[in-house]
Design a protein around this ligand. Sequence first.
Ligand code: SAM
Length: 317
Amino acid sequence: MLEFHDPLTKSRLTNKTAKHITFDSKKKYPIKSKIPIFASSPYVKAFGDQWNKFRKIELDSYNKFNESKIRFERIYGRSIKEIEGKDLLEAGCGAGRFTELFIKNGAKVHSFDLSSAVFANYQTAIESGANESNYKVCMADVNNIPFQENSFDIVVCLGVLQHTPNTLQSLKSLSKMVKIGGLLLVDHYSYDISTFSSLYLIWWLLIRKFPTKMQNAICDFFVKGFFPLHWRFRRNYICQMILRRISPIHFRYPALDNTYKTLYEWSRLVTHDRNTDHYKHHLTLNQFKKYVNKIGLKIIRAQVGGNGIEICAQKRL
Ligand SMILES: C[S@@+](CC[C@H](N)C(=O)[O-])C[C@H]1O[C@@H](n2cnc3c(N)ncnc32)[C@H](O)[C@@H]1O
């Protein structure tokens, strides 16, 4: 496993106790429940609360949909088994839908998130068989990553960039972590006509104005009211189209064969996720490609899919 370095000066670790981690730079950071805290920010509070509340729902091991594995392999372009033994950095790890797969497939997993989601991530990792020889997690900012540059075979950042203050800046920071020959796997929200022909952004603009605690209650209130409607018309295409445009809640239309209870919980999670994020950027595939070209990586694969658009790029000499 790779050692932590001071995220600001990149100096080496000198001492680690149960309560603190110290570096050559004399910088000292607290450790909370075994997790080093290098940075935190109020803008990700809703994410932290969300992932601790709905830790399991998106885990492949819990919902059995295999979605995270399919999504990862589509971007990676190979079988997930090929990550075995590789130094992998996971930025914005959330509750661990990808972390559990990385651990189970034998990578050396270095995960971080800026929010308290790291505590949920730790729990997921332990349940997936993590130990000190294959997993490390910390609370850190994608713009100040606490590892040495050019260290990782694979850097993964899925579902995150659109929620950071500046996508290009975050991409630059991530690319510095990739070894020569290593891969950067990223995705981003995209936009098309449906983004602007529905009330999706209006609901977000309204709900995000409320304090975090109220946002939670508001989302639950909407799910309670709207979910039965979505469920009732889940096989009616016309009603689906209308509901998709006006409803403040998320409903998983393709997963029709799942139970009411599972889909209800999923709706609570994603409704919260899409209405409470502080930053929400959208890019076209061409704009995203331009960003990756700007940071000097070679695009191996760029496609529409998953969260919007996905890129696998390589660092070359
Ligand atoms: C939508 S969640 C995705 C989590 C996980 N990757 C997944 O796919 O389930 C976005 C995550 O990015 C994290 N995040 C946002 N800004 C960040 C930053 N500047 N540095 C690190 N993590 C950040 C949030 O705390 C949140 O957990």
